[in-house]
Design a binder for this molecule. Structure first.
Ligand SMILES: [Zn+2]
Length: 285
């Protein structure tokens, strides 16, 4: 009987502790999911991150003429505000419609690498940044911030002040949620990959492959360090560059990675609970 009482007391205290934790989770976000949407914007990039605490981050804004589709997608997701926007680098397939998108939503801060670029797209983007007086911070290695209690965001690159290829100025972002890590490479190539390897901390579960699967990067050496089991490739159907390259696909298959491609599957949506990541695709989108 005494033993029974003791185990009943143990159970009760366990329930009590559980209630305390549950109570806390109403305010914190330990158990809520992180969702990352790789939008289908053809031969371009656009990634939406929804943190468990409701904060949002948009990385890139598709090419020219993608604005309406991106805005519709975000509104359908219930997005009313973008806490962080990242322009990974100033190529048109990353910032082409970012001006339209940031005009449509309030934006708290915008990160971009230090690379002034004399194109219509760049000037259009800055026109809206200036109109709306959006604070601009530099995207570079070492920048890190949290989205709520459970999501850590760290920029692994760029670190150098000069690169031969514009793509290597890409803001490379690692998102950590519990035990799970996402590595978002933008258009980074081999030179930037080397720099990231030297920096360390590159291991991830999911990698958004650099430069739409071009053979300018995603080296075997880099994949070996990242150790990701899943690859996402943001790429256009029948694109003139024939991305993703045969060489990159060979390397991903060689490592027995699961590959999700926006040209074949439409939008790709990853949901993490900190222990597991589930993928769904939106072929009809
Ligand atoms: Zn690109």
């Amino acid at each position: 009987m005494k033993r029974l009482n003791r185990s009943a007391a143990f159970c009760l205290s366990f329930i009590f502790i559980f209630m305390l934790v549950s109570e806390k989770s109403a305010h914190a976000d330990w158990f809520d999911p992180l969702t990352i949407h790789f939008l289908d914007v053809g031969q371009a990039d656009c990634i939406l991150v929804e943190a468990p605490n409701g904060q949002t981050m948009l990385i890139d804004g598709g090419d020219e003429h993608d604005g309406e589709e991106i805005i519709t997608y975000l509104k359908r997701e219930g997005i009313t505000h973008l806490d962080i926007v990242v322009a990974s680098h100033p190529h048109h397939d990353h910032i082409g419609s970012l001006d339209d998108v940031i005009r449509a939503f309030p934006v708290s801060v915008l990160y971009m690498p230090n690379l002034p670029y004399d194109t219509k797209y760049y000037h259009d983007l800055f026109r809206v940044i200036n109109e709306k007086q959006i604070p601009v911070d530099r995207a570079k290695a070492g920048v890190n911030f949290k989205m709520g209690f459970s999501v850590k965001v760290e920029m692994l690159a760029p670190k150098a002040s000069y690169y031969k290829h514009i793509n290597d100025y890409s803001a490379v972002i690692k998102i950590k949620h519990g035990k799970k890590n996402f590595l978002l490479m933008a258009d980074a190539g081999a030179e930037e990959e080397k720099e990231i390897i030297n920096r360390g901390g590159v291991r991830a579960d999911v990698i958004k492959i650099g430069h739409h699967g071009a053979n300018t990067g995603t080296t075997m050496e880099f994949l070996r360090k990242v150790k990701a089991k899943t690859a996402v490739i943001s790429v256009g159907k029948n694109n003139p560059y024939q991305f993703p390259s045969k060489e990159v696909l060979y390397r991903l298959n060689n490592r027995k990675m699961t590959i999700y491609r926006t040209d074949q599957m439409g939008a790709i949506i990853a949901t993490s609970n900190g222990k597991k990541i589930l993928f769904r695709t939106n072929v009809l989108h």
